[in-house]
Design a protein around this ligand. Structure first.
Ligand code: FES
Length: 116
């Protein structure tokens, strides 16, 4: 069973489970602020469930690629839409700030990796 590390929490799930569904089932919202209530409920159109993932998940589908290419997202940020992700192995998930979780700070990310 894959393990999902989200912030300081660890969750187990079945291989192939939908990441957003697993998080919600465990009381974790991959949405910031009001986007918890104002979102597309997992059809991949709003972009508010974006997260950064380390580890093996499914390939990005066309719907996800298109949404992440639209503002305020930037494909260079390397985010994924948790509602379009299936967990394939142990993963580490990080949610960034901003309504869409789009405020990726690469400088802070790389410095925190350096400290570990
Ligand atoms: S919940 Fe809307 S894109 Fe994932």
């Amino acid at each position: 069973m894959p393990t999902i590390v989200y912030e300081d929490q660890k969750i187990s799930c079945e291989k192939g489970e939908n990441l957003r569904a697993v998080l919600l089932k465990n009381g974790i919202y991959p949405h910031n602020g009001a986007s918890r209530y104002v979102n597309c409920f997992g059809i991949g159109s709003c972009g508010t469930c974006a997260v950064h993932i380390e580890g093996q998940v499914n390939e990005m589908c066309t719907q996800e690629r298109i949404r992440l290419s639209l503002a305020p997202h930037n494909p260079e940020n390397g985010l994924r839409l948790s509602c379009q992700v299936t967990v394939q192995d142990d993963i580490k998930v990080k949610k960034y700030a901003g309504f869409w979780g789009q405020e990726v700070n690469h400088a802070a990310s790389s410095s925190s990796k350096t400290k570990r």
